[in-house]
Ligand binder design. Structure first.
Ligand code: SAH
Length: 366
């Protein structure tokens, strides 16, 4: 099944909504801000565009929606102050799959424009924001029309679950797991890697057609240190689903046939695809490691470990619930996530649990 039919983050503004549970993604955007700033400065000083055209791919809805646009505007402003020139106008496209709640983001635009005028005392050129629904694994924009592409926490979603994971009898290759896990046979890792390579190649080729020569991209995704043992959060969610199968709460066939359309590549895998595709120069590939709960500690230093584990589990739920519920049913989710929460705490107490972010800066070859 294609990801676009099942993937969306939890909508609305409720307790488990993405809008209220995207603090982790927000912290990642802040970490990457200096890299985006440097890329924008470089672009402005080499291309001197009259109108800077940018796209934020896999933007979702909620408070993070306009954060990146706002960071880009600040970078443009600072750069042009240094250059002592009037800043260009900005056209920013917010992209996500067609099922995304675009209107939620659009409703906040009037307030955003007003704040912009106040902050920059009307000195910033003009800013025009538009939506662009569609999959980034394919073309979204006209040829040579973009200067800069940004994407945060979206490209680890692959376009579909690798078809080879389901054998003819519909018996899963990856029985009892929902992602690459220690008990997965090597063929599972190979299927995932091949799917990632195909998808990331299509992504690069599409963006190469859309960006002007010299245009650039900053892409942030979750990654792995070891390819075949990615130590991904889905391994832990899979273990809890397995417990529920053993207790007869979920059908075994449902778990055996399900896999996450997700892949956490290593830096080597990323470099190989970029090199083989050939349109981009890799400027920088940074690996940022963070404790599972470090962003929660940063936001509120007074919380104990149990509370931090609970918040982390709710954040994972906001991302994973729609896709897991489409396979296991809504009712199973209220059982699954409290179990997961207990497990998160247990892991945090026993080991140093970290997640890996890869920040990839690329320039389209001239
Ligand atoms: N960038 C946002 C949202 C991250 S959630 C943030 O940092 O807060 C990931 C988003 O990527 C989801 O909204 C999902 O719908 C979107 N996405 C996943 N695959 C996609 C695809 N092929 N094309 C466009 N958007 C996609």
């Amino acid at each position: 099944m294609k990801v676009e039919h099942i993937l969306h983050t939890n909508g609305g503004v409720g307790k488990t909504s993405y809008a209220n549970n995207s603090l982790l993604q927000r912290a990642v955007i802040s970490m990457v801000k200096p890299i985006v700033g440097a890329s924008i400065e470089e672009l402005c000083c080499t291309l001197f565009p009259e109108c800077l055209k940018v796209a934020d791919l896999g933007r979702s809805s909620g408070p993070n929606t306009l954060l990146v646009v706002s960071d880009i505007i600040n970078s443009i402003h600072t750069t042009y102050q240094k250059l002592n020139r009037p800043p260009p106008s900005l056209q920013a496209f917010l992209n996500d799959l067609p099922g995304n709640d675009f209107n939620a983001g659009f409703r906040s635009l009037p307030g955003f424009y007003k704040k912009l005028d106040e902050e920059h005392e009307k000195k910033f050129g003009s800013c025009f924001i538009a939506g662009m629904p569609g999959s980034f694994y394919g073309r979204l924009f006209p040829n040579n029309s973009l200067n800069f592409v940004h994407s945060s926490y979206a490209l680890h979603w692959i376009s579909e679950v690798p078809k080879g994971l389901l054998t003819e009898e519909e018996e899963g290759l990856n029985k009892g797991n929902i992602y690459i896990a220690k008990t997965s046979p090597p063929a599972v890792f190979k299927q995932y890697l091949e799917q990632f390579k195909r998808d990331f190649t299509v992504f690069l080729r599409s963006r190469a057609e859309e960006l002007v020569p010299g245009g650039s991209m900053v892409l942030t995704i979750t990654g792995s240190i070891k390819s075949h043992d990615p130590l991904c959060i889905w391994e832990f969610v899979g273990l809890k689903l397995n417990d529920m199968v053993l207790e007869g709460l979920i059908g075994k066939e449902k778990l055996d046939a399900f896999n996450m359309p997700f892949y956490t590549p290593t830096t080597k895998e990323i470099e190989e695809v970029i090199q083989a595709e050939g349109s981009f120069t890799l400027q920088n590939l940074e690996v940022l490691k963070n404790d599972w709960d470090s962003y929660i500690k940063q936001a509120n230093s007074g919380l104990d470990k149990k509370t931090r584990a609970a918040i982390f589990a709710t954040h994972i739920r906001a991302v994973a619930e729609p896709i897991l519920a489409s396979q296991f049913g809504e009712e199973a989710m209220d059982d699954l996530f409290p179990r997961f929460e207990e497990d998160v705490l247990d892991h945090m107490e026993r080991e140093n649990c970290q997640y890996i972010n890869l920040v990839i800066s690329l320039t389209k070859k001239r």
